[in-house]
Design a protein around this ligand. Structure first.
Ligand code: FES
Length: 123
């Protein structure tokens, strides 16, 4: 089921916003890559993950090198610091396969439309 959650200009680039759709809190992120939405429940211990900060992270790199990347698309859970890629929903620690539950988001005639049915379930 599709839900209109607002006009595009209500979702500034690089900022997340929590909306309530069908009784669920969903974080909606307007990134350079497009719009993305994830359930506001961390798959680790069910914290309100979308209240965490959005930023980047250190990527796997060669010894003695530090490479920072994924700028603006990494959501850090406020409880224990797990990091998730908002674009894919995947956990970035590499030690756990659980992921954020993602929802499809589209822009139609300047309005942001969210598909309430989950497209990727937590595992
Ligand atoms: S509840 Fe999110 S990292 Fe623990």
């Amino acid at each position: 089921m599709k839900h209109i959650i607002g006009n595009v200009d209500e979702f500034p680039l690089g900022v997340g916003r929590i909306v309530e759709v069908a009784g669920r809190e969903i974080g909606v992120y307007h990134l350079a890559e497009g719009f993305f939405a994830v359930l506001n429940i961390c798959p680790h211990m069910h914290a309100p993950v979308c209240r965490g900060q959005l930023g980047g992270t250190y990527l796997p790199s060669k010894p003695y090198e530090m490479e920072y990347g994924l700028r603006g698309r990494v959501l850090r859970c406020p409880w224990h610091g797990w990091e998730f890629d908002v674009v894919t929903g995947q956990s970035l620690f590499g030690i756990d396969k659980r992921r954020l539950k993602s929802f499809a988001v589209d822009v139609v005639d300047g309005q942001v439309v969210l598909e309430a049915a989950p497209i990727a379930a937590a595992s």
